[in-house]
Design a binder for this molecule. Structure first.
Ligand code: S3P
Length: 172
């Protein structure tokens, strides 16, 4: 039996939280979302942290939380879209779990993030342009970190979960 955590990476709106929650209940293990853990530990929501501490402050908190979460035993971990920017995070994730990249088109991301005000990076005048730029910058990092890549475009969360379980040969 595999004792590794399953770590979901991918851009904003790729479905990491929905898929992670579903996958964890299929496997009968805990689910944790690094963004929610950052908020719980700091007592502030993400837009607030960006306002007060800038993106750099948020990234420091993110690195610290990820290092803690991988020590907690086998669970499904949903990461934030930018968790793979830092080389030290990429190494940490790769070495401490089975990393699944949820590959998603910018069109799908736009649909899934349209009504959400909790993502400071998308609050500017051109969210589509931002998503395209981030996708170009970050794609190599997602690819370098992932053990498995799943294309989520046009797939239901259930179908993606089935595919992850099959590809990683996971058992309850
Ligand atoms: C970010 C993605 C967000 C959150 C923060 C920054 C990013 O997480 O960590 O707003 O840099 O892509 P989600 O991918 O869960 O939206």
């Amino acid at each position: 039996m595999n004792c590794d955590s399953i770590i979901l990476i991918g851009p904003m709106g790729s479905g990491k939280s929905t898929i992670g929650r579903l996958l964890s209940s299929r496997l009968g293990i805990n689910f944790v979302d690094s963004d929610r853990e950052i908020e719980a530990r700091s007592g502030a929501n993400i837009p607030w942290i960006f306002d007060l501490e800038g993106e750099a402050g948020f990234r420091d908190r993110e690195t610290a939380v990820l290092a803690e979460l991988v020590e907690e035993g086998r669970q499904v971990i949903a990461t934030g879209g930018g968790a793979i920017i830092r080389a030290e995070n990429r190494e940490l994730l790769k070495n401490n779990g089975q990393v699944v990249y949820l590959k998603t088109s910018v069109e799908q991301q736009l649909l899934r993030t349209a009504k959400d005000r909790n993502r400071p990076l998308l609050n500017g005048p051109d969210p589509e342009g931002t998503l395209r730029r981030l996708a170009d910058e970050r794609r190599p990092f997602y690819e370098a970190t992932a053990h498995l890549t799943i294309d989520t475009n046009g797939q239901s969360p259930r179908a993606v979960v089935r595919e992850i379980i099959k590809q990683l040969q996971l058992k309850r």
